[in-house]
Design a protein around this ligand. Structure first.
Ligand code: ACO
Length: 702
């Protein structure tokens, strides 16, 4: 068995065969050879086709074994029924990588053949890209082995795409948008090589400065995340994913499941891994281009320089949306900008040098910002006026941009106007200067830059080891399973919560009225009574919960009322008795859930809890494990976080206590694979230092 090759040999292939190369223009096997020849591949090219002959001046070999030298990569573009034979020939020849263009495999249900091909290839030391791809490019060897556009511009952006047609369109767009590429890889059915394998190469590829991924679905999510967490500390990764809509939400037996909708989890875990998700292709391209060229800011202070008040306000709004920190030291701003701002302008940020500002005034204002160390980045806005010609505007932008690049300070422009301005934008982009016709787009690029720098500066997460008595938990679960149940009863859940260090109210199960009176003394009034029945999961819906029981008389009445309602709700429900529970004062109610996501494995959710959790949907997700800092970050991440931080003179709540629950449930779902979902709702959060208390727990089993 041959050792699997290093992905480097795919991107730095010294020799490449095209199996199914065609001399007939218009065929895919012809287009690929044409692009390889046109873009000037630096290695050896071997077209292969049983008919022989020649294509674009290259002799066509009748079979792979006729090729005199070694072949690193064989691009396969023969009909699907011939693919396996071609793969066998490649094994004999010792080929390392097989980009398989051909469609007709798992994407149309032909999973078995695809599986066999991959297994065979791997057994013979070969790795497969695809099948069902448009090819790949690698600027290092000037290779364009794809049936997309040619004359690709070289540069620092690597594109990995799952979609074929969109991928080809993206390649075309890079030439129009002047985006330089280090590589484009179509992964198609990703039956063997996937995003994670490619990211591992790109992580250390000096030519790749930014990675853009288009993803439709994720299979091995945990591996992808662990690679992304590493890569994003070295270079920015931007992702576009289709499927934001709520239709993708999964039907599940818990709030956590239904709130998890595939996209919410994707969004959250990408953020956790430091990946930036773009809303659109345009946004993704703009970010990639800016992040490739701009120096990283040395601090948080951004300054907006404008010749128009209106666009200045728009940019201020956009700054809030994209997380820019506008420099706010008014005295210092006055000192920096007074000498270059007319009386009727404004030195506040946005600095308004007014509509009369021409070449000289603009340059002076940008120079003042550049030279002052208190300002770390600049967004320059320009609305078309008669005092600037398109030529002087371009010259000013070029000059300022070069100075800023040299000084290591990020600068970008947004210019708004008519035909001349639109033309100027096209010209300036040719010079790789970041310029946008829209203020929001410009600010979003600076926001992406800050997002990335903040993530890269974060310390590596420290994961706490948590000890759980796993055998005891498993024993409890085994009993439930032996009983034919796929969920734990309340007292069983309490055993599990005890093991996780999560406090629940004092409780006891009464199986008769007399026993209830006796146990109520131990639990203490006021108390809550809940029906104990494995046949009733939604207790409140069944009228199976009574609050505010203050004495023995109330206790007996509640017992009777619950029995009556539950029998009405489900006549054949077997009622084991009543659970008596210490009544906890409801203050801030939260929810913590944990489940196994189909793509990303164990995940944890935190949010505002109680009965409106699915209406409010104020929840956040993370992939496990999480550090304590990340768990606290989840609390800070919900819209209603201020409720926990203390509002209207209230003391802050016990956020460390919440973090303990998050970490405890996280450890539990990771350690006990029999559990599919855990949900603790509500968890009442007391003042800081006074802990949290879990009122209800649902544990579902596979
Ligand atoms: N070894 C070498 N060459 C062979 C072999 C073989 N074993 N068998 C056949 N060939 C040659 C043929 O003789 C032909 O050459 P010719 O033009 O000189 O006659 C060439 O290979 C191609 O074979 P054809 O039968 O002509 O097949 P065709 O070119 O029509 O289609 C293809 C082949 C392109 C692989 C097709 O089967 C296919 O899968 N198309 C879809 C590709 C695709 O869309 N991929 C996803 C991209 S992403 C997106 O969606 C845009």
């Amino acid at each position: 068995m041959r050792e699997l090759p290093n992905v480097k040999d795919l991107f730095e292939a010294r020799s490449l065969a095209v199996i199914g190369a065609s001399a007939t223009p218009g065929k895919i096997g012809y287009s690929i050879v044409k692009n390889i020849v046109n873009d000037g591949y630096t290695g050896k090219l071997y077209p292969v086709n049983p008919k022989g002959g020649e294509v674009l001046g290259f002799p066509i070999y009748k079979c792979l074994k006729d090729i005199p030298g070694e072949v690193d990569v064989a691009v396969i573009t023969v009909p699907s029924n011939f693919v396996f034979d071609a793969v066998r020939e490649c094994a004999e020849k010792g080929v390392k990588f097989l980009p398989i263009i051909t469609s007709g495999f798992s994407e149309i249900g032909n999973k078995e053949e695809e599986k066999q091909i991959i297994a065979f290839a791997r057994e013979h030391g070969m790795r497969v890209l695809g099948p069902n791809i448009f090819g790949y490019s690698s600027s290092k060897i000037s290779l364009n082995a794809a049936f997309g556009p040619n004359n690709l511009r070289k540069g620092g952006v690597a594109i990995i795409t799952q979609s074929g047609a969109l991928g080809i369109a993206m390649m075309g767009k890079t030439t129009v948008e002047c985006v330089g590429l280090s590589c484009v890889v179509s992964i198609g059915n990703k039956a063997d090589l996937d995003e994670a394998d490619l990211l591992e190469y790109l992580e250390n590829d000096p030519e790749t400065r930014v990675i853009l991924m288009y993803i439709e679905g994720v299979q091995k999510g945990q591996r992808l995340l662990s690679v992304l967490e590493r890569v994003t500390r070295k270079k920015p990764v931007v992702v576009i994913k289709s499927g934001r809509s709520s239709r993708g939400a999964m039907a599940a037996a818990s709030h956590t499941g239904s709130l998890a909708g595939a996209d919410n989890v994707f969004e959250a875990v990408m953020k956790q891994a430091g990946v930036m998700r773009a809303e659109s292709l345009d946004e993704a391209f703009a970010w990639c281009k800016f992040l490739t060229a701009a120096p990283a800011p040395k601090g948080e202070n951004t300054c907006i320089v404008t010749n128009g008040g209106g666009v200045g306000v728009m940019a201020t709004d956009a700054s809030e949306k994209y997380g820019l920190n506008l420099y706010d030291d008014q005295a210092k701003l006055k000192e920096i900008f007074s000498p270059v701002t007319p009386e009727f302008g404004s030195t506040k940020n946005p600095v308004d040098i007014t509509g009369q500002a021409g070449y000289k005034e603009y340059s002076q204002a940008l120079t003042a910002a550049l030279e002052n160390p208190a300002i770390h980045s600049v967004v320059a806005l320009y609305c078309e006026t008669a005092v600037f010609t398109a030529e002087t505007l371009q010259a000013m932008m070029k000059e300022s941009y070069e100075k800023y690049q040299k000084a290591g300070k990020p600068l970008l422009f947004s210019i708004i106007g008519g035909e001349k301005i639109e033309k100027a934008i096209v010209n300036i982009r040719e010079d790789q200067i970041p310029v946008f016709p829209d203020v929001y787009q410009a600010v979003s690029c600076m926001g992406a830059m800050y997002n990335y720098s903040r993530h890269a500066a974060l310390p590596a997460p420290v994961i706490e080891a948590r000890k759980l008595n796993v055998p005891r938990i498993k024993e409890t679960i085994a009993k439930a399973k032996a009983d034919g149940r796929t969920f734990l009863l309340p007292w069983e859940s309490k055993v599990v919560m005890d093991e996780c260090g999560i406090r629940m109210p004092r409780n006891a199960i009464a199986r008769s009225h007399d026993e209830a009176i006796k146990l109520a003394k131990e639990v203490g009034y006021p108390l809550v009574m809940k029906v104990a029945s494995k046949d009733i999961i939604h207790k409140s819906d069944a009228g199976g919960v009574k609050l505010n029981i203050n004495d023995d008389a109330g206790l007996l009445k509640a017992y009777e009322d619950i029995l009556t309602s539950c029998k009405k709700y489900k006549a054949d429900a077997k009622i084991d008795g009543m659970e008596l529970c210490e009544q906890v004062k409801l203050t801030t109610e939260t929810i913590v859930g944990a489940r196994r996501d189909a793509s990303f494995g164990p995940t944890v959710m935190f949010g505002l809890g109680g009965i409106y959790v699915e209406v409010l949907k104020d929840v956040v997700f993370r992939s496990l494990p999480v550090s304590r800092a990340e768990a606290k970050g989840m609390v800070a991440g919900i819209r209603a976080h201020k409720l926990l931080e203390g509002v209207r003179g209230e003391k802050p709540k016990d956020i460390d206590g919440v973090a303990d629950v998050i970490l405890g449930l996280g450890a539990l779902i990771q350690a006990v694979e029999e559990i599919s979902d855990i949900e603790v709702n509500p968890i009442v959060v007391n003042e800081a230092g006074k802990g949290v208390i879990a009122l209800d727990v649902r544990i579902l089993l596979y």
